[in-house]
Design a protein around this ligand. Structure first.
Ligand SMILES: [Fe+2]
Length: 293
């Protein structure tokens, strides 16, 4: 399956002149897929773009919620990040699928984002009481491969001109028609935007663009939606993972008040969602100063 490259230019006076021409690649929702020998199907288009940094916007694994086969299915994800860590400066956040395994290993509720509550309660009874910390081992292996995990952290890069922050919302906010977090909760989860820098927020779920802007994100990078469960030419995303029709934020570019959010449809080959009119993609982003500052 070919992976297309979707290109965006972000042009603004809030981009420092010294950062003009800076290249960022975004990919997401790999869900434990592999991409050919040494993952070249994914890595080759990334290398062709020659990014300064690469951002992964979550869901590196797929965890089945209704069975107890919760410890498998990490091998392809580990291989992918190992292959990428050698070649790129990669920044990683968890998505809700990664967070389920994290919750399980930390003694939390790995089913907090589960729509079918009765099934979730039944599945909980089958979980082991003290599971090994496979998620901790997984994250350690990713870090050992050279990947920078920015969960709840901020990295200042490009001589202080770019700040990259990783937001991970609690699983409950992924529930169908869930309450939205408020701005104070967002602020409690991540550092403040870096003054004087172009602030990028990596956040798996695009539903909270208003809050990301309010926090101070000049550019929000998201995935999660897979371009929607059903996507049609001209109409776009018809039915979302939240079981809503025609979601507001499904795919592509959204601009408001000189702030931008990009949503990638991701790289998942084998999820249940259709890829009709919805190819696998990586995103290439070029930052450009508009000459006004
Ligand atoms: Fe997701």
């Amino acid at each position: 399956m070919n992976i297309k490259t979707m290109h965006y230019e972000i042009i603004g006076s809030n981009i420092p002149k010294e950062l003009s021409g800076y290249r960022i690649a975004l990919f997401s929702d790999t869900h434990n897929c592999s991409f050919g020998e040494n993952n070249e199907e994914l890595i080759a288009p990334l290398e062709a773009f020659r990014p300064d940094i690469v951002v992964f916007a979550g869901d590196s694994i797929s965890k089945h919620r209704y069975d107890t086969e919760v410890y498998g299915g990490l091998d392809n994800a580990l291989k992918l990040f190992h292959d990428m860590g050698d070649r790129f400066d990669v920044y990683y956040i968890n998505g809700n699928h990664d967070a389920r395994l994290q919750e399980l290993c930390n003694g939390g509720d790995p089913f907090a984002d589960c729509f079918f509550r009765k099934k979730a309660e039944k599945a909980k009874k089958n979980l082991p009481e003290s599971p090994p910390d496979v998620f901790g081992d997984y994250i350690k292996a990713i870090k050992d491969a050279g990947i920078k995990v920015i969960s709840g952290r901020q990295e200042i890069i490009a001589d202080g001109r770019l700040a990259l922050t990783g937001l991970e919302l609690p699983l409950k906010y992924y529930l169908h028609r869930c309450d939205s977090p408020d701005i104070n909760e967002i602020k409690a989860l991540i550092p403040e935007p870096a003054p004087g820098a172009f602030n990028i927020l990596a956040a798996h779920d695009p539903q909270h663009f208003d809050l990301y802007r309010e926090w101070g994100a000049d550019l929000s990078l998201c995935g999660h939606m897979h371009g929607c469960i059903v996507r049609l030419p001209l109409l776009g995303g018809v039915f979302s993972p939240y079981r809503t029709f025609f979601p507001k934020y499904d795919y592509g570019r959204f601009d408001k008040d000189q702030k931008t959010m990009l949503i990638t449809s991701g790289c998942c080959k084998n999820f249940f969602r259709t890829r009709f009119s919805n190819p696998l993609e990586i995103v290439s982003i070029t930052l450009l100063n508009n000459g006004e500052s």
